[in-house]
Design a protein around this ligand. Sequence first.
Ligand SMILES: Nc1ncnc2c1ncn2[C@@H]1O[C@H](COP(=O)(O)OP(=O)(O)OP(=O)(O)O)[C@@H](O)[C@H]1O
Ligand SMILES: [Mg+2]
Length: 316
Amino acid sequence: MTQVASAEVHDGRDEAKSDEIVLDASGLAKVFGNGSSPVRAVDGVDLRVRHGELLLIMGPSGSGKTSLLTMIGGLLRPTSGVVRIGGHDITSMKESELPEMRRHLVGFVFQTFNLLESLSALENVEIALNLAGVRGRQARDKARRLLTDLGLGTRLDFKPRSLSGGEKQRVSIARALANDPQILLADEPTANLDSKHGHDVVVLLRDIVRKQKRSVVIVSHDHRIREVADRVLWLEDGRIKDIGKLARDPVCMMIVEETGSLTYAYDGRTYHFCAQGCRREFIHTPHMFVGRNSSEASGKGASARLDEVESQDSDD
Ligand SMILES: Nc1ncnc2c1ncn2[C@@H]1O[C@H](COP(=O)(O)OP(=O)(O)OP(=O)(O)O)[C@@H](O)[C@H]1O
Ligand SMILES: [Mg+2]
């Protein structure tokens, strides 16, 4: 697959303008299984991401977020539809061409970090460079620079088991950035982190977008990412939906869509919940949760209409 030579990719990014479409997916669908009960995980999604844009995709569990993200990144073959990254149609590539494409065009950040336990932080980043053809001193220097930029200059020789969760996620972000990808894709990057480390990762991702003018797509339930995202899309039953009103679950603080959510009326307000467990907890000890985030708690028409949320239509 000669088109995805790293030099060509670098050139493309250097010349990129903020209105340039880096990712263009159309009619994306994924059906798992066949026969009597196929699962339509993604059901006709159109998606565009511009250069330097941070797009957040939210939605309930099982709504197809991971399936969508892995199709965008060429880890999962769509049943139908087209994905173009930096102008390259990755859906028409042969299976054997995909690893090379992923190494140059896409950087993945996973919830569980996916670091190699036997390698140091430096080696984990270096190996991503080696796989893309950057070797020796050049790879080592670049890996060191990336990790130092992400605040890990004193942890270069640490193995993953000696790193905190937040540090591991920063190593995985450095690895994802190693080959200057056109787009960074992150699946629940803060879900395995405590509050402080989660916050650090959110700030880091925001800085990567703002300062390095990267394009980033994040799938997450984390409301802190919503606060730094340029755009938020809601995926439900495999389709992008316009979000009318969102509320924050007062127990877990997750963003939920009001329509169809579980509710409980308390002290003249209606509260919305992501799941029965949160609702039960609230009913048991409401005083623990009321007023935690009054500006976004819903009820009495106080539900947050998120101005930054756009429907897919307005993107086209
Ligand atoms: N390999 C697979 N085989 C069969 N069904 C699958 C497979 N992967 C996902 N699914 C189904 O597709 C649907 C979407 O799954 P997906 O993992 O994309 O959801 P998600 O939005 O990422 O959920 P979560 O928030 O829990 O991570 C689910 O119903 C899931 O059971
Ligand atoms: Mg998922």
